[in-house]
Design a protein around this ligand. Structure first.
Ligand SMILES: [Mg+2]
Length: 83
């Protein structure tokens, strides 16, 4: 396992928790942009709030894309088990 993959979730629960974490980061960035301005930036950071929102949105999209097959598998399992 490469160093980059070391923190990637290996099971469904992990993928759910990763999506929740990324959703929280996205919401925090949107809240900060709405509160302080989308063209504003934290004094210690190089990104504007709009750039941070975009980065977090992409993180969230990757996490959701990784989770979607788990949800599809669960739905398929439910349909197969239905009478
Ligand atoms: Mg993130």
């Amino acid at each position: 396992m490469s160093a980059e993959n070391k923190y990637l979730p290996q099971d469904r629960n992990g993928r759910f928790f990763r999506a929740i974490e990324e959703a929280g980061e996205f919401l925090q960035a949107v809240g900060k942009g709405g509160r302080f301005g989308f063209d504003n930036r934290h004094p210690d950071r190089f990104e504007t709030n709009a750039e941070e929102i975009r980065r977090e949105l992409l993180d969230l999209r990757v996490a959701l894309d990784a989770l979607l097959p788990d949800i599809d598998a669960e739905i398929a399992r439910q349909k197969a088990a239905a009478p």
